[in-house]
Structures are given as C-alpha cells and as structure tokens.
Design a protein around this ligand. Structure first.
Ligand code: GTP
Ligand code: MG
Length: 388
C-alpha cells in the first residue's frame, strides 16, 4: 500500500517556500514534505522507470503489514534479496576481482615444490586488495598447513580452501547482516560517517530498497551544516517517492530535526525513519558529541531507537577506515557498516578486515551511484564475486 498524500498535501508537494510559510511560528520549525505522486511522475525515465518499482510495493506490503514481526520480515527480505542480486554484486566488485585474478594464474600452474613462492605471491595479492596483514597471514598459513599435510592436492582445491577461509572469517564474526528494526513503529536508522563517504546516497538507496518491500519511509535531513545537504536528500526523496522532514533554518540543531522527524513518523504511522547526519571527522570531539545528542533525542521519542546506527565507510580509503570505525563505535555504538564505492575500488578485501577487526557486520555494500546500487551484504555472494 502506497501512502497517498491528502489532496491538500499534494498541492504543496515539494514547494519549500510555501511549506515554510505555512510552518508554525515557533522558534524552530520543520517542514514536512509529502511524497510525490504514487505514479512517480518525477522519476527519471532512464534505468529505473516507474513501473519497475510500483508492483512490488503494492503486493509485498499487503502480505507483511497484516502480520506481526513486520520489521523482522522486512530485515530478512532485504537480506534475501542479496541472493537474487548476484549479478549486480558480481559487476560491482569487478576491480577487486581483477586484482585477485592473479591468484587463478598462480594456482593454475601450482605444484608442491613451488608452494612457498606461490603462497608468497598469493599473500601479496591479498594484501594489495586490503585484506589486512593479520587475516592474510591467517589465511595463507592455514593453506600452507593443509598443503603440507596433503589435504590440498591441486590448484583448484587450494582455491576452494581459500574461498572457504574467507567465508568462515565473514560468517564467524559478522553474521548478523540483517537489518534489526525492533518491533516499535517507527524503526529508526541513523546513518553516520566521515565527510563524503556516501551517507546521503546510501540513505537514498536504502529508502528505495525498503520502500520496494512495502515500508512507509520518512527521511530526516539531519545534516544541518550545509544548506545543500537537505537539497540533496530532497532529490532522493523525490526520486524514491518518500516523504522528508527538513529543518527550516540553516544551522538548526541536528538533534531537533531528527527528534521532530521521529515524532512525525510516530504520529503518522511511518514504518521507518531514515536519519541523515553531517559528515564528521572521527577525531573531532565536539562533532562526535553531537552524534550522542542525536541518538539521545531519537531515543526519547521511541524507546529502543535508533534501532540501527550504520557507519558508512568509503571503500577507497582502504584500511584507514579501521580507526574511523573504532572511534565511531566507541562513541555511539555502531550496529553495522555500509561499505561504499566498492565498484571503483580494487580493495574489496577491506570488507573482510573490517569484520575481522571489529566484529561488527557489514550490512550493505555500495557498488555504484544508481538507486539500485546498494546491495545487502551476503558473504557467499561476496566471496564468489571477488574470487571468480
Ligand atoms: N561509485 C560510487 N560512488 C558513490 C557510492 N556511494 C556514494 N557515491 C558518491 O560519492 C559522493 C559522495 O556521496 P554523498 O552521499 O554525498 O556522501 P556523504 O557522506 O553524504 O557526504 P557529506 O554529507 O558531505 O559528508 C557522491 O558523488 C556519490 O554519488 C558508491 O557506492 N559508488
Ligand atoms: Mg551527506
């Protein structure tokens, strides 16, 4: 069921000045923007036409909304989609795969006498792809042991064992890849991270996915530092047919915007409120404090919220993302990662190092700038995508 805005709301659709004019005269007020027409009249007529999204929205919501455990199912459905999006994941990781293709060549001509040289080169290939020294050594030494014990007798057996090792690492430490949305409405997801990592884009793509599963989504423009930030999110709201709450004034407190949005979400029966936040350096103490305020403000409105705090990490930063992850986790408690820009990076191994080092699951990977380019993380699909 699509939320159909009332006729009066339709009239003011995306008219910011009008909305501001109508807003209350309190010191701090927010504008609430209804979603565009359910027919997606503003949807770009390119790759993602209106009809690719309209059908699943209607059908899935009917099934799910009438049952308890809506959020559990929503989280699971999104994850299950990863299995069917294998092609997308495969193409998204093409650079990492190219980088690791050397392993195939090495193993093709492998023979026992050559083991040390081959494993040295394999080690190097993993390091270059940002698997990180600790895991790389762990993987390579396990392979060496199995080769010397006679358990692995051919190049293809070594390759399979390599894939199994990586899969084990991912599934042992980061298996909770489903979104955990609790059981109170609205579920609240906060997206945090350093500047330019892909927070707003990921939020937009996530909204698209959730909406496709029938959830009623409200976006909250919590990046109040830059005027352009809410404009950017508004474009995503329009593109995905979601509603959005933005601050009326520049430099409004992010925590107030998020709190107001969650209140609105609660009053108007939204399923999920997606909260954008400003980019901040993990070393900037006062900005990190602001995140704590955002978290508390949201929690005051809905007990248990935010249900997810997703840290966006730019795949191009490679292993430098680890200190960021540690710091954000210490300050606000990260529930999952979104690793972005993996389409442009040959360093897909960072997925494994992040999971291994922090024991926090990667929930999504960004493999492009399009609306469908946020893929739920599936360890098996990932391993198959990087080791073709
Ligand atoms: N290739 C590629 N580009 C991406 C991906 N995710 C985001 N981007 C691009 O990265 C740039 C920054 O994305 P934003 O979403 O604005 O990043 P942000 O973290 O919200 O930035 P700030 O709000 O300034 O901190 C944009 O040009 C996005 O299109 C991805 O998965 N792949
Ligand atoms: Mg942003």
């Amino acid at each position: 069921m699509l939320s159909t805005p009332s006729p009066s709301l339709h009239l003011t659709q995306f008219s910011l000045p009008r909305a501001i004019e109508m807003a209350s005269s309190t010191q701090f007020s927010l504008t609430f923007k209804p979603s565009p027409s359910p027919l997606f009249s503003n949807f770009p007529r390119t790759r993602f036409g209106p009809f690719t999204t309209a059908r699943p929205i209607a059908s899935r919501f009917k099934v799910l909304s009438s049952q308890t455990g809506f959020f559990t199912r929503l989280g699971r459905l999104i994850k299950e989609k990863a299995k069917s999006d294998v092609e997308k994941i495969f193409s998204g990781f093409s650079k990492t795969r190219d980088n690791l293709a050397v392993i195939d060549e090495l193993l093709l001509y492998w023979n026992l006498a050559d083991t040390d040289r081959v494993l040295d080169e394999l080690e190097e290939a993993l390091l270059v792809s940002d698997f990180g020294p600790r895991i790389t050594i762990k993987i390579v030494e396990r392979l060496r042991e199995d080769i010397l014990n006679g358990k692995l007798k051919s190049g293809s057996e070594i390759k399979d064992a390599l894939k199994r090792s990586v899969l084990d690492l991912l599934t042992t430490k980061g298996s909770n890849t489903e979104l955990r949305l609790g059981f109170r409405k609205p579920a609240v997801i906060m997206i945090v991270g350093v500047n330019g990592g892909g927070k707003t884009t990921s939020l937009g793509k996530l909204a698209y996915r959730l909406k496709n599963e029938g959830a009623k989504i409200l976006m909250a423009a919590g990046d109040t530092f830059r005027a352009a930030a809410s404009d950017q999110l508004e474009i995503w709201a329009e593109r995905t047919g979601c509603e959005i709450v933005v601050a009326e004034k520049e430099n409004a407190k992010a925590s107030s915007v998020l709190s107001q949005a969650v209140k609105r979400g609660k009053e108007q029966g939204f399923d999920v409120v997606l909260c954008d936040t400003s980019g901040r350096l993990h070393t900037n103490y006062s900005l990190m404090e602001e995140l704590i305020a955002c978290k508390k403000a949201v929690e005051k409105v809905v007990r248990g919220a935010p249900n997810e705090i997703l840290l966006v990490l730019d795949g191009n930063t490679g292993l430098n993302m680890l200190p960021q992850a540690r710091e954000f986790n210490e300050v606000v408690g990260i529930t999952g990662f979104i690793l972005t820009k993996l389409d442009g990076s040959a360093r897909g191994g960072c997925v494994v190092s992040v999971v291994d080092e922090l024991g926090i699951p990667v929930k999504f990977v960004g493999v492009g700038e399009g609306v469908e380019d946020l893929q739920p993380f599936d360890a098996e699909a990932f391993v198959n995508a990087i080791f073709s």
